[in-house]
Design a protein around this ligand. Structure first.
Ligand code: GDP
Ligand code: MG
Length: 615
């Protein structure tokens, strides 16, 4: 039983300590839910000089807190007690001085005073920023305790008017957390009805389930009076029994009466008292410490599943956010180059998926070849080019002074050559259409490369380099497709003309008498021969232009879209590489925060798992 409890409480202390290191303490307003808030701690509340610090000290069993009359405690003190193995010397550590072990506890007291003054000056000002102190000893039970400035009624010299309210608000901000255990300190020489501690406790914990009533200064009661009404629960009922305490008086403090002597005297006080002897086993600091621990154990046991799921939820959230934020940036040039190449590779893969299928885009290129190009070829104005009027004009121009005798060879050549020129348009248009599609695919692929979002500079550079490469491919593709067209006009398909019926028609002969040299039928035949030749070429180009376009643009984009960029990259120095990988500072900071927190939550989860399994 004892072992389980100690492991539980030390678990809580460990988690709390980890939280504290990360600034995850109660007063910090962070976006993430804090572990702190789901873990119980013990808070000492009461009027000024009611004996709060004294009670804390006697629970701890060490003298280390500033005590005395007037306002002594001016900042919250978060105190973690950790039980150590036998034989180790007791020591204390402040969070603000992580590497200093205090073994002289009077120095701890001095450091609390100094650290208070560092923030508030030597005035009587108060501050809500806590001081974190851990005490390691074999003589303590594992507990987290918080000492707070006392509640007051009026501001004194050096304090602003608002101090009464400020303190009350600060104290309330601690005690209203439903998982804090309230030690409500009331001096026995004061009427319980006027107790500030009880008033505040009742406000935040009306059922009294997390309030422990502590009555101090029993030794200072007027002769002939006693506190049995309160201690036996008749004056003010709480769910937990009231505990009476006798701390050291101011004169004891002045005389340096030590803790052991004080404990003994307290024990004697109850044992020998005629009023309290029957309660003596349930009175005193040691008993208070014991019932506190037992209660804490039950609370933590009940909370483990909740804490566990909070931790797991936080881990999920943090991991999702980290995923979203991307990996941290490499520091040395080699790793940076590697990271950049890796990002390029991811982009390139997505780009290829668009072309090869899997992602949309490639199908639109096929659409250009299947619909746009044939439609453009279909629409070429050959009818006009081969109109009777134009045929006559071209034929006679080609004939010159000597009308053709058998077939107008020159005219055929000219007619075909000028018709073939029309194919330049659809050829160039196909190149441009595919270029537009490829550019759009680059744009989409850039957007779909999640990993690049983190690096706006690199993202823009890669996009720029890809588009530049596409421009080069387009130039090359244009040259190649236009060359296909030119090749058609540089050498005619001889076979085509051999297969034509070789008739020497009458109309074919120059008729000297006629105003018209040739018949209309003759021109129509020429027109129809040219037209079917052009049609044949059109069929050929319909097949070869796509080949040229794919060869020069699509295949090249797949093969070497970023080649030029890689060459440039190779010439860059470390600093330039770093510039490519520059991130928004806010993003970097957020990632660091998340990673740190994730580490904390994971180690907390491991701790919880360990306890859960060992039960
Ligand atoms: P705090 O302001 O509530 O933290 O109170 P302190 O612990 O600093 O105590 C205030 C003064 O009351 C000190 O001088 C203590 O010695 C004295 N005091 C506290 N508890 C007792 C007690 O039980 N008996 C006697 N005689 N004096 C006490
Ligand atoms: Mg105090």
């Amino acid at each position: 039983m004892g072992g389980t409890m100690e492991s539980l409480i030390s678990l809580v202390n460990r988690i709390q300590r980890a939280c504290t290191v990360l600034g995850d303490y109660a007063a910090a307003d962070t976006a993430l839910p804090t572990l702190w808030e789901s873990l119980p701690s013990v808070i000492v509340v009461g009027g000024q000089s009611s004996g709060k610090s004294s009670v804390l000290e006697s629970i701890v069993g060490r003298d280390f807190l500033p005590r005395g009359s007037g306002i002594v405690t001016r900042r919250p003190l978060v105190l973690q007690l950790q039980k150590t193995d036998l034989g180790l010397q007791d020591y204390a550590e402040f969070l603000h001085m992580p590497n200093k072990r205090f073994t002289d506890f009077s120095m701890v007291r001095k450091e609390i005073q100094d650290e208070t003054d560092r923030l508030t000056g030597k005035s009587k000002q108060i501050s809500p920023v806590p001081i974190h102190l851990s005490i390691y000893s074999q003589n303590v039970v594992n507990l987290t305790l918080i000492d707070l400035p006392g509640l007051t009624k009026v501001a004194v010299e050096g304090q602003p008017e608002s101090v009464v309210r400020d303190i009350e608000n600060m104290v309330r901000s601690y005690v209203e957390k439903p998982n804090c255990i309230i030690l409500a300190i009331t001096p026995a020489n004061q009427d319980i009805a006027t107790s500030d501690a009880i008033k505040l406790a009742r406000e935040v914990d009306p059922t009294g389930e997390r309030t422990f009533g502590v009555l101090t200064k029993l030794d200072l009661m007027d002769k002939g009076t006693n506190a049995l009404e309160v201690l036996e629960g008749r004056a003010y009922r709480l769910q937990h029994p009231w505990v009476g305490i006798v701390n050291r008086s101011q004169s004891d403090i002045n005389k340096n009466v030590d803790m052991i002597a004080a404990r003994w005297r307290e024990h004697e006080f109850f044992a020998r008292s005629t009023d309290y002897a029957h309660l003596s086993s349930k009175m005193g600091s040691e008993y208070l410490a014991k019932i506190l621990s037992e209660y804490l154990e039950s609370v933590i046991k009940a909370r483990i599943p909740g804490i566990s799921s909070l931790i797991n939820r936080s881990i999920d959230e943090l991991e999702a956010e980290l995923n979203h934020l991307g990996r941290p940036v490499a520091i040395d040039a080699g790793a940076q180059l590697y990271a950049i190449l890796e990002l390029c590779r991811i982009f390139d893969r997505i780009f290829k998926e668009h072309l090869d299928g899997g992602r949309s885009g490639g199908d639109r290129i096929y659409g250009v070849f299947e619909h746009q190009l044939p439609a453009a070829l279909q629409k070429l104005p050959f009818d006009h080019h081969l109109s009777l009027k134009n045929l006559r004009k071209m034929v006679s121009e080609a004939d010159g002074y000597q009308p053709h005798l058998i077939a107008p060879e020159q005219a055929y050549r000219r007619l075909i050559e000028s018709a073939l020129n029309y194919f330049r348009g659809p050829a160039e248009a196909s190149v441009d259409a595919v270029h537009v599609i490829l550019k759009e695919i680059v744009r989409r692929s850039i957007g779909e490369t999640q990993e690049l979002k983190q690096f706006p500079t690199l993202q823009a550079e890669i996009a720029g380099a890809a588009v530049e490469a596409l421009e080069r491919f387009r130039e090359d593709s244009k040259k190649t497709t236009l060359r296909l067209v030119e090749m058609e006009s540089s050498y005619m398909t001889v076979d085509f003309f051999r297969k034509l019926p070789q008739e020497v028609e009458k109309g074919g002969n120059p008729a000297a008498s006629s105003a018209e040299r040739y018949t209309e039928g003759h021109f129509r035949r020429i027109g129809s021969n040219v037209s079917s030749y052009v049609q044949m070429v059109s069929e050929t180009l319909k097949n070869t232009i796509p080949k040229a376009v794919v060869h020069c643009q699509v295949r090249e984009a797949k093969r070497s879209l970023l080649d030029h960029f890689y060459t440039q990259l190779g010439k860059k120095e470390g600093k330039q590489l770093a510039e490519l990988l520059d991130e928004e500072p806010a993003l970097m900071e957020r990632r660091q925060q998340c990673a740190k927190r994730l580490e904390l939550y994971k180690s907390a989860r491991d701790e919880i798992d360990r306890v859960a399994w060992s039960r």
